[in-house]
Design a protein around this ligand. Structure first.
Ligand SMILES: NC(=O)c1ccc[n+]([C@@H]2O[C@H](COP(=O)([O-])OP(=O)(O)OC[C@H]3O[C@@H](n4cnc5c(N)ncnc54)[C@H](OP(=O)(O)O)[C@@H]3O)[C@@H](O)[C@H]2O)c1
Length: 255
């Protein structure tokens, strides 16, 4: 298999100001990519870019807003002289019992997690066709294991995993690959941002999940970044969902 090289490629990472997006930015810059990180909080993406030097630039923007998507894409095209890889890592969490879900919050979640990434990917197509590049969506173990009360989040992640297949078929003829990655538990700020407890409470909850992973531990951003790098370079892999979860989706049951 001939692998595309990450060195010298142009990579746009939404949600690059924290968590898995930030870890991917660090890994891809270490491999020599020109990386643009985007997010709604300018200070977060600026701090990541400042710590990574000239190969990384930041742009403030919300993927659920059309004008922001244009600005995000323009920044990446300028910084990388084109676009090789679009990594849709931006995402939000919303949980609650089904009969208490707020419609506005549901729509906001779907706008951020599904509609925004779809529209951004559509806007990026001319550049991706030119580079015969690839797109990555973020699924979740929530599509494989049922977490009661997490239906809004799980539904958005199911949509993204489905998109990887449909868009791989739609864009394959123009040489654009589309995949998804399905992480297991990695401590990041997504739960805290959703108001689901303090940093400490969320870390404790995440660590409580360690034994549900076949490998007995939660993961690291670097481990997810290595999966993302594989999908960015595997020239004959499209329409797949790569599970990188320490065996969480297996649902290990010692009966
Ligand atoms: N951590 C896990 O265990 C895990 C497991 C499975 C899947 N995932 C997925 O991994 C992806 C990254 O999440 P994470 O865990 O790294 O959490 P995170 O640290 O909260 O990262 C998500 C990032 O997305 C940005 N973001 C959210 N909405 C946005 C919008 N509308 N426009 C632009 N940026 C936006 C956030 O920054 P701003 O608020 O500044 O915009 C934040 O930096 C998500 O899609 C998540 O669903 C995570």
């Amino acid at each position: 298999m001939v692998m595309t090289s990450i060195e010298g490629s142009s990579v746009l990472i939404t949600g690059g100001g924290s968590g898995l997006g930030e870890a991917i930015a660090r890994h891809f810059v270490a491999l020599g990519a020109r990386v643009t990180v985007a997010g709604r909080r300018g200070d977060k993406v600026e701090a990541v870019a400042a710590s990574l030097g000239g190969l990384c630039r930041s742009v403030r923007g919300d993927v659920s807003i059309g004008e922001d998507r244009t600005a995000i894409l323009d920044a990446a095209l300028e910084h990388g002289s084109g676009l090789t890889t679009l990594i849709n890592a931006a995402g939000n969490m919303y949980r609650g019992p089904l009969d208490e879900l707020d419609e506005d919050r549901l729509l906001t979640l779907f706008h951020s997690n599904v509609v925004g990434p779809m529209k951004l990917t559509g806007q990026a197509l001319p550049a991706l066709r030119q580079s015969r590049g690839s797109v990555l969506f973020f699924g979740s173990v929530h599509t494989q294991r049922a977490f009661p009360g997490a239906s809004p989040y799980a539904a958005t992640k199911g949509a993204l995993e489905t998109l990887a297949g449909v868009l791989a078929a739609e864009l394959g003829p123009s040489g654009v690959r589309v995949n998804a990655i399905r992480p297991g538990g990695v401590p990041t700020e997504i739960n805290q941002r959703a108001g689901l407890g303090t940093d400490e409470e969320n870390l404790k909850r995440m660590q409580g999940l360690a034994s549900a992973h076949a490998l007995g531990r939660i993961g690291t951003g670097q481990e997810i970044a290595e999966g993302a790098a594989y999908l960015a370079t595997a020239d004959w892999v499209t329409g797949t969902v790569l599970t990188v979860d320490g065996g969480l989706a297996l649902g290990v049951t010692n009966a």
